[in-house]
Design a protein around this ligand. Structure first.
Ligand code: ASP
Length: 422
């Protein structure tokens, strides 16, 4: 009994870390067979499926509640600032990837094999944007379409906000009840997230063992420069770009990263920004004290459109591809590559390896060979982990900074509460 109790009292964050470290060791020692082991597969899938099963209801209930609680003008202004900074940081990320790529030339010494890749249909931006307005909001919820769900939830929430101040008493009364129902349902969702996090240490263990096992060390060696380049790019983006944003906003980066840790680690092992959302949102709420109205809008949005890690990766692979065919990119082509990478990162879905397929956009923009996608596919797991971690960290950084600017953050909560303020 005592053991049971101390197990539950031991902080989840440590349990997850232990799972992570043990998973790396098992992955390294056992190698590829881990990836085929049914036990590991089942544990990893249970964790992933639980995360995914909570995403849509969590976004819906919290965003309706959030939009109904916050002044629509404030949400509009803060939301627009977040979107603006999301785009700026993505441009910086794409430039970092390009710059580092040119400095280290990750593809020199590679021979192009004839791997064929069928490019996906080109993205039609007008059609994509039109689909953001769901013709059937319930289908959007059911089919895991995040942006249409956000649009629907925003409308419901804002309408509810107006009804709550209606002149008709009956309407005021019923909308108050509805508001409370959404409040309760949001809490229910967070309670479920808490259960899911109890599975997390085992899920993280199994996932990292599979990821590391799959890409055995020997396979990674020839790609050392590319892997090193992408990891270094992410380190710069987090260590310099995000840290500067936090410092400019007078937020203590050490505390911020301590708060964001669970989400960063979950993103690293799940390789999915959308799958990580329940943890990202929980962290924003409980550890970073951000206003629910803001993060319930900006985090799901960020998980869909803000992918700085993916942008770094895209431009770096473009240089890799140019190296492989001994081509030197002109200045104009470099600019094209950066803008294509930003577009590609916006269009990338928050699911594992989506960025690999979106390479067609960046490579295609300056006529680089798609066969390179086949070359980098073999090591995608290792690159996808770090870029997804970067993607999620970016969403949290920008949301926290904007929350501070609009006074939508509670510094008496979570990581800020201990010791001095921010
Ligand atoms: N897996 C990444 C994410 O979910 C997207 C990518 O493949 O670059 O954020």
């Amino acid at each position: 009994m005592g053991l049971w109790k101390s197990y539950f009292e031991f902080p989840v964050i440590w349990k997850i870390t232990i799972g992570f470290v043990l998973g790396i060791i098992v992955g390294l020692v056992v190698g590829p067979p881990v990836a085929q082991n049914v036990g590991f597969y089942v544990v990893a899938q249970i964790f992933l499926r639980f995360l995914k099963f909570i995403v849509e209801p969590l976004i819906f209930f919290t965003l309706v509640l959030g939009a109904a609680s916050i002044n629509p003008k404030t949400l509009g202004k803060a939301g627009a600032s977040v979107i603006g900074i999301y785009i700026i940081t993505s441009i910086i990320a794409a430039s970092i990837g390009l710059g580092l790529g040119l400095a280290i030339h990750p593809g020199r010494g590679f021979a192009l094999t004839g791997v064929k890749v069928t490019p996906p249909k080109p993205v039609n931006f007008v059609e994509t944007a039109l689909h953001w307005i769901p013709t059937n909001p319930f289908a959007a919820l059911a089919q895991f379409q995040v942006i249409p769900t956000i649009v629907f939830a925003l409308f419901v929430g804002i309408a509810l906000a107006y009804l709550r101040i209606s002149e008709v008493e009956r309407i005021r009364e019923v909308s108050e009840v509805t508001y409370k129902v959404f409040d309760a349902m949001s809490e229910v969702m967070y309670r479920i997230v808490r259960f899911v996090l109890e599975v997390a240490p085992y899920g993280v263990f199994a996932l990292i063992a599979i990821n590391i096992g799959k890409s055995g060390i020997a396979l990674l060696l020839p790609y050392g420069k590319l892997i090193g380049g992408v990891y270094l790019g992410v380190a710069l983006q987090i260590g310099i770009v995000y840290t500067s944003i936090l410092l400019i906003s007078r937020i203590n980066p050490a505390k911020f990263f301590r708060g964001a840790y669970d989400a960063m680690l979950t993103a690293y092992v799940t390789r999915s920004s959308s799958g990580t959302l329940p943890v990202t949102m929980k962290v924003a709420d409980e550890k970073l004290g951000i206003n629910r109205g803001l993060y319930s809008f900006t985090l799901p949005l960020g998980a869909t459109i803000n992918m700085d890690g993916t942008a770094i990766y895209q431009t770096m692979v473009a240089v890799f591809a140019a190296d492989v065919i001994n081509r030197t990119l002109t200045a104009g082509e470099m600019a094209t590559v950066v803008s294509a990478a930003v577009m590609a990162s916006i269009g990338t879905a928050g699911v594992p390896s989506a960025g690999l397929i979106m390479l067609t956009v960046t490579l295609g923009s300056v006529g680089l060979p798609f066969a390179v996608i086949g070359i980098v596919a073999g090591i995608d797991v290792i690159l996808d982990m770090v870029r997804t971690m970067n993607n999620v960290t970016g969403d949290l950084t920008v949301t926290t900074a904007v929350a501070k600017a609009f006074k939508l953050i509670d510094f008496n909560k979570g990581v800020w509460a201990s010791g001095e303020k921010a």
